[in-house]
Design a binder for this molecule. Structure first.
Ligand code: FES
Length: 230
């Protein structure tokens, strides 16, 4: 078996390593495919579908689909951009995302992805769900209103931190991020230095007492559009 695979993404021929996902191969070739649940330090998950591409004409999640010799991948087509827009808009209306008052603004991958996709306002009605905030931990706040159910914290806490402090409960619209202790986050072994916090793409899991350490307007995605450095 050969170690390298040639495929095309939006007409550009790239060489990937066998076993890589399309998302990984694209990143190595300097091609940005929008994504939210995927994180380069975590195992692929495939839940948000923001990375949807077409492979030989069929929709696939780029973060879980392995590269294949001769594959023709479409990513930045009007159809797929519209699919991603709809998915991101749904994430906005399914939670309570108040960007101007969120400490993550400017560093938030959901907000930055929306900007990159040209979303001005969601086409769907807001659902305004009632979600609990867990501020019991001395150093961490769990703000479920901003959760997009990407499972990065679940995976990082288990795969990297070795704590399994987070998981999901409920189904469908009732699905919520939960903590592994009846007493709430304070009852877990989660710490502010955990990978689970640093990989949260939104303002759901945040350190306490560090608000506005970097002024709004000078943050990661204030300076550069998401995907401009991959
Ligand atoms: Fe691929 Fe979420 S990034 S499904």
């Amino acid at each position: 078996m050969t170690d390298s695979v040639k495929l095309k993404i939006d007409g550009k021929e790239i060489t990937a390593k066998a076993g890589q996902t399309i998302l990984q191969a694209a990143a190595m070739a300097g091609i940005y495919i929008p994504h939210l649940c995927a994180h380069r330090e975590l195992e692929p998950w495939g839940s948000c579908r923001v990375c949807t591409v077409k492979v030989n004409g069929r929709p696939q999640a780029a973060c879980t689909q392995p590269v294949a010799e001769g594959a023709v991948v479409e990513s930045e087509t009007p159809e797929l951009v519209n699919v991603r827009r709809a998915l991101v808009e749904m994430l906005f209306v399914e939670g309570n995302h108040v960007c101007p008052s969120c400490e993550k603004s400017g560093n938030c991958e959901l907000q930055a992805t929306a900007y990159r996709l040209g979303i001005a306002a969601p086409r769907f009605p807001y659902t305004f769900p009632k979600r609990e905030i867990d501020a019991s931990h001395p150093d961490i706040i769990l703000e479920r209103n901003r959760c997009i159910l990407c499972a990065r914290c679940v995976r990082a806490s288990t795969e990297v931190d070795g704590k399994h402090a987070f998981d999901f409960v409920g189904r469908g619209v009732h699905k919520r991020i939960a903590v592994n202790a009846e007493a709430g986050l304070a009852g877990t072994s989660a710490a502010a230095t955990d990978k689970a916090l640093s990989v949260c793409p939104v303002g759901c899991l945040m350190k306490k007492r560090v608000g506005f350490a970097v002024p709004v307007g000078q943050r990661q995605f204030d300076e550069k559009q998401i995907g401009s450095e991959i």
